[in-house]
Design a protein around this ligand. Structure first.
Ligand code: PLP
Length: 255
């Protein structure tokens, strides 16, 4: 399909590649929505219950803009150094920004400025730091407790995927709930490499139920990426974090 000659909807000076990129992302999003619809149908859920978070790490702000034009309302990033300037550049789009990466306590100040939801709260000290920074900014930051689903590794070892030990999740949830400026939203996890994601997400679902018993408002279950979103939908995910399936390969992942 040629984009030439008609003037198009692109910004003045938009590179010729802009229309192609937009068409590519539009097709990817359509395919993704079909996958989510099918996964929901298979387990009798409504696609309305599932929010797609477009993970835009390593991709430029111009892709975020395309996603917003295509109806995406939620975007995710995993490194503060990249996320902070991108969120600033896209401030006019009215998007919800999700921070999904490992978070050092000393980055809490920066992240609290732009993140609407932090998915990676996995220790009480981080909850305290985020709470202090959210109050200083006069913002409310949503927080999900990240759960380590890898039974073979202590949190932070080897995979660096982070997450609280399932036995510590309620204590971290208590710490979030105790902080003015933070809103406990639920739980998040990444399926361990190599295992059965459905089995791992079933364990996450059980932890999510424990958290909801104590905090009924904490209904979010952030689980599922490009490769395992069907398994996540089958185990009650409310938020999918999707990068590759929307934006194609990003090359070696530095996150
Ligand atoms: C990169 C990333 C994703 C998206 O992964 P894809 O396989 O590209 O869909 C989801 N969650 C986290 C925490 C990530 O870092």
């Amino acid at each position: 399909m040629s984009a030439g000659g008609i003037g198009g909807a692109g910004a003045p000076g938009e590179a010729a590649g802009g229309a192609e990129r937009r068409e590519r992302i539009r097709a990817n999003l359509a395919a993704l929505r079909r996958r989510v619809d099918a996964a929901c149908a298979a387990v009798g859920r409504s696609p309305q219950e599932v929010t797609i978070i477009a993970v835009t790490k390593t991709f430029p702000a111009s892709d975020v803009r395309i996603l917003a034009e295509l109806g995406i309302t939620d975007v995710g990033e995993n490194r503060d150094q990249e996320a902070a300037p991108k969120a600033a550049e896209c401030a006019d789009l009215g998007l919800r920004w999700h921070f999904v990466g490992q978070l050092q306590t000393n980055k809490a100040r920066s992240v609290a400025r732009y993140a609407d939801v932090v998915h990676s709260v996995d220790r009480t000290r981080l909850a305290a730091a985020l709470g202090a920074r959210a109050r200083a900014e006069g913002r409310e930051v949503g927080c999900l407790v990240q759960v380590n689903l890898d039974p073979d590794s202590a949190a932070g070892v080897l995979g660096l995927r982070g997450g609280a030990d399932p036995r510590d999740v309620l204590a971290v949830a208590d710490a979030v709930a105790a902080e003015d400026g933070l809103a406990l939203g639920g739980v998040m996890a990444v399926a361990p490499r190599g295992g059965d994601p459905a089995e791992a997400f079933a364990r996450l679902n059980a932890v999510a139920a424990e958290v909801r018993d104590r905090y009924p408002q904490a209904v979010a279950v952030s689980a599922g990426m490009s490769g395992d979103l069907e398994a996540a939908v089958g185990q009650g995910a409310t938020h999918l974090r999707v990068g590759t399936a929307l934006l194609d390969d990003r090359g070696p992942n530095v996150g």
